[in-house]
Ligand binder design. Sequence first.
Ligand code: ITT
Length: 198
Amino acid sequence: MKIVLATSNSGKIKEFSRYFDTNITPYSDIIAPFEIIEDGDTFAANALIKARAVQNKVGDEYIVLADDSGISLPLLGGKPGIYSARYARVGASDRENLNKLVETLKQKDTTKTPAYYTAAIALVFKNIEYVTHGWMHGSVVDTPKGEGGFGYDPMFIPHGHKETLGELPQEVKKTISHRFQALKLMLPLIKMLQRENP
Ligand code: ITT
């Protein structure tokens, strides 16, 4: 049973392949990419919207996974949260979103403040729908460093570390990330479905 990933984000695709020992196929390898309107008001709702939309097109022969994720700052009342991918503007690049968050910290005279990443992973297969969550806590700083990871990683320092996720080896992110924690919870279901649907 093949696993299809309902994402167009290359950073997520890289991390899923790193976290899984099974092959994962980005949905754009199977069908033409299409726009999915993420109008849910939670990470879980948006992850399910993406997984259902792709499952509708690829059908029942694939287990479809989707990831909706983002970064939240208590200083900003939880923003950007589910709007992390469009923080600077709709269609913004990772760099534009990061620069906007750096700018926001500077406007607030803040060099470092607590932050956390959330990931919701949705699985859709036949009539089964399941969602897991994972979190990674730490701080954001107004001086991004390093080129590793993606998105807001160059400004995020995980708890227990001194360097940003842009500087730390990807092996470190793998063991602590919100995405990895959520996937770890999903893995028993994936294994069971693969056993029962060889
Ligand atoms: P898909 O919907 O196609 O999966 P997307 O980039 O639009 O791709 P989201 O709506 O889930 O995905 O937005 C997630 C944003 O949150 C993403 O663009 C990053 O800016 C940020 N983000 C999520 N996880 C991250 C991580 O592990 N490291 C850095 N930034 C992350």
